[in-house]
Design a protein around this ligand. Structure first.
Ligand SMILES: [Zn+2]
Length: 143
């Protein structure tokens, strides 16, 4: 039996009005810290893996380059460059997360630059460099 579904839009909750200055509970701060730390560990593991892939590619280049024609060499060089730029990219993201953790300690992290509301923990965990809440981000993108 299907439930009547057309009541969903009618009973929409009014948005909670943010009157007092927005604060974040220490429990929430801890949650953000944990999320950021987990993210950093994840990125570090990814970084290590990429580095060992680079090492492997280099080893391949040294060991079985005897029978390579120019195309093989070109492909390997390209792969290696790809890996290196990936590694640099990951390192950049690690730095972002570390900076975020520092700012979190100073109390200046996780607030929307535009509306001043706290940015949800999940969003910060996914995008540690986020400076806008989802709503403001969407508004900014629409322009
Ligand atoms: Zn906002």
């Amino acid at each position: 039996m299907a439930k009547p579904a057309d009541t969903r839009t009618a009973g929409r909750k009014p948005a909670a009005k943010a009157t007092a200055q927005a604060t974040r509970s220490s429990a929430e701060t801890e949650k953000i810290r944990a999320a950021l730390a987990a993210r950093r560990d994840e990125l570090r593991a990814e970084y290590d893996q990429t580095l060992s892939e680079i090492t492997e590619l280099q080893r391949d280049r040294l060991t079985d380059s005897a029978g390579d024609d120019q195309a093989d060499t070109g492909t390997k060089t390209f792969e290696r460059e790809q890996e290196i730029s990936l590694a640099n990219n990951i390192r950049e993201r690690i730095t972002q997360v570390e900076r975020a953790l520092e700012r979190l300690d100073e109390g200046g992290y996780g607030w929307c630059e535009r509306c001043g509301n706290p940015i949800p923990v999940e969003r910060l965990a996914a995008f540690p460099s986020a400076t806008l809440c989802v709503t403001c981000k969407q508004l900014a993108e629409r322009r």
